[in-house]
Design a protein around this ligand. Structure first.
Ligand code: BDP
Length: 708
């Protein structure tokens, strides 16, 4: 159990009588090799053999045996067996699944839908569900993509599971076995597109050799209905193409991109489209030539339009050298400031891809106000499966509940229900396109993400992209059954640990909306609140001796609260109606400010850090109780990570508490902070073979020293 099959383990299930009348053959209608329907047939055959130990014959003709599993598109089904009523309700990528008659019928609106239906059926079998059911399932949104931040040299930006499965030494890899396996996992959670290279893109991806390579990647993923797309570097016409400019309104530049795009499509005829990060964090973009971001996006849109492609244009545009001395400056305002005047100016095949919060994947952020600003532009939400600021897969953090909260948030645009999930689906503002992009960053590690338990996040991402109405806990439990089997204690324990994991991490990292308080300058990992302020990145806390928090009100602060529709703006403007967990996101208050709970801000900090770290200690015991119930390979791996997390949670607790104690000099009512009665400093022991060194940042170690 090295994790490489993820949740598609197809472990044998305890069988009951109802398995006796199981179908004896699989018919994959009109399938040609490497088509998704063919894949569906193969997958059903292998999966059923593995789950039920039944060897079914598989063929592509319509001749039924007494009882068959029939999988195909709605058109293929109608030709062989006649129309089915439910077909009328099918939308793009949707499927109809019925086990009610003698046959199992799996019909997709298209081939991809048929494959999704097959995976759904297998998922139910693997969870021991043999009920008779019949239903139509359609996606909430058409775009359900993942992004990989893989570099051409094989490294992965913010990837925590080894090098890239796509690139090595500047080139696309030759062996695409892992690529196909990844595509299979993605298809099983109904993902339909993937951007394979980093948003900080390298133009050498466009070399002739790499275009061949892209063709190879697309071929490996096409049988799973996953369309390939790529990130582009805006300056490519100049840096790679040898032109003197990359001005998006220069006809030479336009022609250059049209030509490159034609070449890309010659290798990947069904390419999904482009992803573009422009004028952000040092990346080139149209602003260099005083052109708008829409001018830039539309240039790519024109190039892909004849091929049916789309452009995902990122809203993550901000100045990373903002002047902190100006009280009114605020990075959280950037996206709306850059995009508000461009609404309606993007071509129809452009989708603006918006990170869930206004800053950057922090442990707690409000939903980005840009979701309600853009009414005449298609939008998608960007989520992060890779835990960049959230413990980098060394800390357990099940993200389903965080995403759910954002997706269900009501922006109240024009005082009408306007949940984020219905904005990004295109429904609320009647847009033709929309959906989600999840930054995954799997690597060559057999666990894909570097941690077995972190895979629940990838699973939940796909499930919520398809249907945001799902409950994250139920999604988690499906994943647990598929990944670890049916034992009740295993189920309860992993459920408890996962559901407590976001609150725990928030408790021992950054509370009350102050952001995660990791090191900001590079690693984004351990505690380092001192790096938040005093630089141009704009993830400021404005903490001083007496007070803390960003005043984002319209009346006294940066005006950010005013970027939301009036009903939400009023809620955040007013300190009384701002929820405590976003208090310091929107307001600057004294450490002694009382919260709704009655505690002061500083005492809440102290207490929460103790509580969060305590929960992380309990995870170790909870996991250890599963010894013998989980195979030893995964048991040991998870135990190692949980033990590590328990230790690191203490580092977090004490660093953050000490930092704010030093700053405020307000004692902890429970007399724990700055006073550790039970602690024995390693540097006070007699050391043999160990050296002492001073730790930077100093507050990450008690006594400022570590003994490695
Ligand atoms: C930040 C990451 C950086 C990414 C950037 C982005 O630290 O590595 O390039 O986001 O999303 O969170 O473009």
């Amino acid at each position: 159990e090295d994790g490489h099959r993820g949740w598609l383990r197809y472990a044998p299930v305890p069988q009951t009588g109802s398995y006796a009348s199981f179908p004896t053959s699989i018919i994959a209608l009109n399938s040609t090799r490497s088509s998704p329907v063919y894949t569906a047939g193969q997958e059903l055959q292998q999966g059923i053999n593995s789950i039920l130990g039944k060897q079914l014959s598989a063929n592509s003709t319509s001749e039924k045996t007494f009882s068959s599993i029939i999988v195909g598109t709605v058109d293929a089904y109608a030709k062989s067996y006649g129309e089915i009523d439910e077909a009328e309700d099918l939308e793009e990528d949707g499927f109809y699944l019925s086990t009610e008659g003698r046959n199992v019928v799996i019909v997709g609106q298209n081939e991809r839908g048929a494959l999704y239906g097959a995976f759904e059926y297998l998922s139910r079998l693997a969870q021991g569900n043999l009920d008779a059911f019949s239903f139509v399932d359609n996606p909430h949104a058409p775009i359900r993509w993942v992004n990989q931040w893989d570099n051409m040299d094989g490294s992965i930006e913010r990837g925590y599971a080894g090098p890239s499965i796509f690139f090595r030494n500047g080139l696309v890899v030759d062996n695409t076995t892992r690529v196909a396996e990844y595509a299979k996992l993605l298809a099983s959670i109904r993902i339909n597109g993937i951007i394979v290279n980093n948003v900080n893109a390298n133009a050498t991806l466009l070399s002739a050799q790499n275009l061949d390579g892209l063709g190879r990647l697309a071929d490996a993923m096409r049988p799973y209905g996953i369309q390939l797309g790529i990130s582009l570097n805006f300056a490519s016409p100049q840096t790679f193409g040898g032109l003197s400019t990359f001005d998006p309104l220069d006809p030479k530049v336009d022609a250059w991109w049209a030509n490159v795009t034609n070449q890309v499509y010659a290798h990947v005829p069904d390419m999904a489209g482009y992803l573009v990060k422009a004028n952000s964090e040092g990346q080139p973009g149209p602003l260099t030539y005083n052109r708008t971001l829409a001018d830039g996006a539309n240039m790519f849109a024109r190039a892909v339009e004849p091929h049916g492609g789309i452009v995902m244009f990122r809203a993550f545009v901000y100045d990373n050298h903002i002047n902190e001395t100006n009280w009114k400056n605020d990075r959280a305002n950037a996206a709306v400031e850059f995009f508000q005047d461009l609404d309606g100016k993007f071509d129809e095949n452009v989708v603006v891809q918006i990170k869930y919060g206004p800053i950057d994947f922090q442990v707690r952020e409000p939903a980005s106000p840009l979701f309600s600003t853009l009414r005449n532009t298609s939008t998608a939400i960007e989520l992060q499966i890779t835990q960049e600021y959230l413990g980098q897969q060394c800390h357990l953090l099940y993200l389903g509940p965080l995403w759910k909260e954002i997706l269900e948030f009501d922006m109240k645009a024009d005082d009408r229900p306007s949940k984020v999930k219905d904005i990004i689906s295109g429904e609320r503002f009647r847009r033709p396109l929309g959906g989600s992009a999840g930054v995954v960053n799997v690597g060559t590690n057999t666990t894909w993400l570097g941690s077995h338990l972190a895979m629940s996040n990838l699973y939940a991402y796909g499930k919520l992209a398809w249907d945001p109405a799902l409950e994250p806990e139920e999604v988690l439990q499906d994943w647990i059954r598929l990944t670890f089997g049916f034992d009740r204690q295993v189920m309860n324990t992993i459920t408890n640990m996962s559901m407590q994991s976001w609150p725990a991490y928030e408790n021992y990292s950054g509370n009350l909306g102050i952001q995660t308080l990791t090191d900001i300058l590079y690693a984004h990992y351990g505690p380092n609140p001192a790096t938040q302020d005093g630089n141009g990145w704009g993830q400021w806390t404005r903490a001083d001796k007496f007070s803390i928090g960003m005043d984002r009100t319209v009346s006294n602060g940066t005006g950010n609260a005013g970027q939301y529709p009036p009903a939400v703006a009023q809620q955040y403007e007013n300190i009384e109606t701002t929820p405590d967990n976003l208090l310091l996101w929107f307001h600057h208050v004294n450490y002694t400010h009382p919260l709704k709970s009655g505690k002061t801000v500083i005492q809440h900090f102290y207490d929460a850090h103790y509580e969060g770290a305590k929960t992380a200690q309990e995870f170790v015991k909870q996991w250890a109780s599963l010894k013998g119930k989980v195979d030893s390979e995964r048991f040991d791996h998870v135990l190692f990570l949980q033990t590590y997390q328990a230790g690191h949670a203490l580092v977090w607790r004490d660093s953050i508490n000490q930092f704010y104690y030093n700053l405020s000099e307000i004692p902890d009512a429970a007399k724990r902070v700055n006073n550790h009665p039970y602690r024995i400093e390693a540097e006070d022991m007699s050391l043999s073979g160990y050296k002492r060194y001073s730790v930077n940042p100093f507050h990450a170690a008690s006594g400022y020293n570590a003994i490695p």
